[in-house]
Design a protein around this ligand. Structure first.
Ligand code: NAD
Length: 248
């Protein structure tokens, strides 16, 4: 059992899906959790209530991760209200399927902005309080798409691959401060993001997954919590897939 008592965590895009699962799991391990949301305050508050009902501590914090000032203010708020910041999970991400030849430059920029620039901005803001505590854990939510490339998702695949570069560079730069930086690469996880996958694609994907099921947020959350624990103190700059064996 991982013990994250006295740790403070910030999870971006945590009002639903994988981020929600990660927030709940970090709280279950004892961390105080800041549940970031962009628009859905009600959903973020519901996650906080669930955490509180289980005896944990959580606050909902609003910020669009692509907005540098909003991100800096959010981190300030977390430190002021929860007493520090040691764990950052850069989870916020979006998709917008389009073939490369039809992909609008604005769509490219938006997808890269949320997944990659958002992670950079949050990391930049969170590193200072982590340095103060001389302890930190940063987990970046990449994707198998960043490792394999995904059809109709050139922007998404590029952003998720870019996250791996950010992970490694930050891991090298921050190692001396007691901060580890790792990436998690989910395969297909059942969330709103994958809910409208058509049957044909779902069948084709399933046939490529040795464990013969799609993942659930808890599958990803278990790894994230472990990476945030002291047991993972000697692991940094790594990418670990959670995909039932889809990519090996
Ligand atoms: P989701 O759409 O349910 O959740 C994404 C969350 O990010 C939402 O809460 C959304 O509001 C938030 N978000 C989007 N833009 C934001 C912004 N600008 N600022 C703050 N928050 C923002 O999807 P999910 O499946 O839970 O995905 C979570 C992460 O996991 C994403 O980074 C996604 O790319 C990654 N991922 C998901 C899968 C999958 O199969 N579901 C696979 C690989 C990677």
């Amino acid at each position: 059992m991982v013990d994250l008592t006295d740790r403070v965590a910030l999870v971006t895009g945590a009002s639903r899906g994988i981020g929600r699962g990660v927030a709940l799991a970090l709280a279950e391990a004892g961390a105080a959790v800041a549940v970031n949301y962009r628009e859905r305050a009600d959903a973020a508050e519901a996650v906080c209530s669930e955490i509180a009902a289980a005896g944990g501590q959580a606050i909902a914090v609003q910020a669009d991760v692509t907005d540098a000032d909003a991100v800096a203010a959010m981190v300030k708020q977390v430190v002021a209200e929860l007493g520090g910041l040691g764990i950052l999970v850069n989870n916020a991400g979006i998709i917008a399927d389009a073939y490369l030849t039809f992909m609008k430059p604005e769509a490219w920029r938006e997808v890269v902005d949320v997944s990659l620039t958002g992670a950079f901005l949050c990391t930049k803001a969170a590193v200072r309080p982590m340095m103060k505590g001389r302890w930190g854990r940063i987990v970046n939510m990449s994707s198998d798409a960043g490792l394999m490339g995904d059809l109709m998702r050139a922007h998404y695949s590029a952003a998720k691959a870019g996250l791996l570069g950010l992970t490694k560079a930050a891991a090298r730069e921050l190692a001396g401060q007691g901060i580890t930086v790792n990436a998690v690469a989910p395969g297909i996880i059942e969330t709103d993001m994958t809910a409208d996958m058509d049957d044909k694609r779902a069948e084709a994907m399933m046939s490529m997954i040795p464990l013969r099921r799609f993942g659930v947020p808890e599958d990803v959350a278990g790894l994230v919590v472990w990476l945030c624990s002291d047991a993972a103190a000697y692991i940094t700059g790594q990418t670990i897939s959670v995909d039932g064996g889809l990519r090996m």
